[in-house]
Design a protein around this ligand. Structure first.
Ligand code: PGA
Length: 255
């Protein structure tokens, strides 16, 4: 199926993989995915594996992403990593505002927007995550939550920067639970998000910006999800930790 926007499929390894394990996985991915050009493929290892993985994906179609970064460029911020440090390892993407960071590190929309601006200043493409909790969906608040997250997390971006920003719609109840949103639920949320991008920016931005779905994406549901008009890719957690399942997701998405 030919889509207007190029699919972007990213693997979020979260806090998994030593350097040796990461290199093993990348070896498999290079063999399985080396020839695929129909989708942008991004892998997001933990910080400690970035240097080795960066070397290991040289001269391949795989691209590198980080899972977080500081909103500051340098200085007395113990334990933080700046965009410029990621650039040293040819990182091109950075996941921002993942629901796990919103929950455990109490990241706010205002902080996420600062990080998104800092990412763009360093020519990194942010993957900005949004998504509702189960209780919010059940209370009929999905659109209200998404509207607030989008206007807060994308605040201050220029239309040009927004075109180079990826939004990941990740309903929190679907992350790591094995419970995927149905294709219809995903499409409905993605269409709503695109409508918000039109309101916050303009029509061209809304047409060009890519919106990924995340939450228990697996080989068996990838094709149907990616077949939805406003679904432009996937942010994959658990199933990205295995070369076969991540490769099958990508193959099923592009075929
Ligand atoms: P999952 O995680 O695929 O394991 O549900 C998705 C994510 O958190 O990005």
């Amino acid at each position: 199926m030919k889509k207007e926007r190029k699919l972007i499929i990213a693997g979020n390894w979260k806090m998994n993989k030593t350097v040796a394990e990461a290199l093993d996985l990348v070896r498999g991915l290079r063999i399985e995915l080396g020839h695929i050009k129909e989708a942008d493929i991004v892998i997001c290892p933990p910080f400690t594996a970035l240097p080795a993985v960066s070397q290991a994906i040289m001269n391949s179609t795989l691209r590198l992403g980080a899972q977080n970064m500081s909103e500051n460029n340098f200085g007395a911020y113990t334990g933080e990593i700046a965009a410029g440090m990621l650039k040293e390892f040819l990182v091109r993407y950075v996941i921002l505002g993942h629901s796990e960071r919103r929950q455990y590190q109490k990241e706010t929309d205002a902080l996420i927007s600062k990080k998104a601006l800092a990412a763009h200043a360093a020519a990194l493409k942010p993957i900005v995550c949004v998504g509702e909790l189960l209780s919010e969906r059940e209370a009929g608040q999905t659109e209200t939550v998404l509207r607030a997250q989008l206007s807060g997390s994308l605040a201050g971006l220029t239309p040009g920067q927004m075109e180079e920003t990826i939004v990941a719609y990740e309903p929190v109840w679907a992350i790591g639970t094995g419970k995927t949103a149905t294709a219809a639920q995903a499409q409905e949320a993605h269409a709503f998000i695109r409508g918000q991008l039109r309101k916050l920016f303009n029509d061209a931005v809304a047409r060009r910006a890519r919106i990924q779905y995340g939450g228990s994406v697996k080989p068996s549901n990838a094709r149907e999800l990616m077949g939805q008009e406003d679904v432009d890719g996937a942010l994959v957690g658990g199933a990205s930790l295995d070369d076969r399942s991540f490769s099958d997701i990508i193959r099923n998405s592009v075929s």
